[in-house]
Design a protein around this ligand. Sequence first.
Ligand code: ASP
Ligand code: MG
Length: 402
Amino acid sequence: MLIVKKFGGSSVADRERIFNVAARCIEDYKKGNDVVVVLSAMGKTTDGLIAKAHEITPNPSKRELDMLLTTGEQVSVALMAMAIQSMGVQAISLNAAQIPMTTTTAYGQAKLKRIDSERIRHELDSRKIVVITGFQGVNKYDDLTTLGRGGSDTTAVALAAALRADRCEIYTDVDGVYTADPRVVPNARKLSEISYDEMLEFASLGAKVLHNRSVEMAKRYNVELAVLSSLSCAEGTIVKEKTKMEKMLVSGVAVDKNTARISVLGVKDEPGIAFKLFDLLARHRINVDIIIQSIGRENQKDISFTVDRTDLDEAMALLRENMEVLTAQAVECNSAVAKISIIGAGMTSNPGVAAKMFEALSGVHINIRMIATSEIRITVLIDEEDANRAMRVVHDAFSLAE
Ligand code: ASP
Ligand code: MG
């Protein structure tokens, strides 16, 4: 069996953890498997390197920043190969240029294009554990690039696809995907399986278990992912296509507090207003989420929408400058709001899911300010102070606890 094992920064943060990972890899190897290990930089190394760059200049060149950041992963793989060798097993570390693993040119946000598997195969055939740098690639100028923060997950999935691995295991400091954040909902349960689409919804709502692009890639190449903890032997969560498994009505509840509501009031009820408004925001790269437009009254209407809280100030300044163009009487905002979502691949074919969620919220007098739905998600905007309570009642309403 060929197994790709990816370990995040916290799993290789110090000497002891490096040896822990080495032992786990050797265990699989000794069972006769081919083992490819993908590593992130140790602990908070990447943050530290970014800070170092900013000590030099507030605007480091993107090429040089990638040259710097890729050193983090190189430290991890070299130390890991040494650890494995010191335990009496053959190992070799490889960086992206040595493989080579080629990407687009865009420094800091490069996309993987091609992985040459020949060198890796050759090392595996000579019975070595192959330890590969995550997060990095090499572009057509032979420069090192990075795939965006958290990109090692994507490296692992791409390698699993290229090598047609039998297993792709992603080790993090949580031991799987939960029905809700256990810190907020103490009786949250670990999911044994989840579909790619559900995982993507969870990820876009801020659950930082897997890099979004890694899930997209896993879906495209049909790579089954196991999300596991490097510190326990607990069974994790399998992310896969849910054609065979029973589609859960609702798999989990997620909260997103990085949101704010903006209302543009009293605009003219005529064609082109919504276009002008959202085009203005789009041109300034401000992402808009839930949108509600009121029914026109006396030739006027209101448009409300949500933006990331981090974009709120910029969006408000922009709208205030453009009130006349937008024919707006006023703009107002509220950042003390939160989005609560339920996610489930089975909700498409089951009426009444939304009603059940709204009933749970009304039962504890939580007011819903906006609603949005997709095929596998229902999202409501509520006051931030109600968020944790809302998570718990909705989680209970769908009997998600063990
Ligand atoms: N070391 C990189 C980061 O901190 C990549 C990764 O951890 O996946 O973003
Ligand atoms: Mg990560």
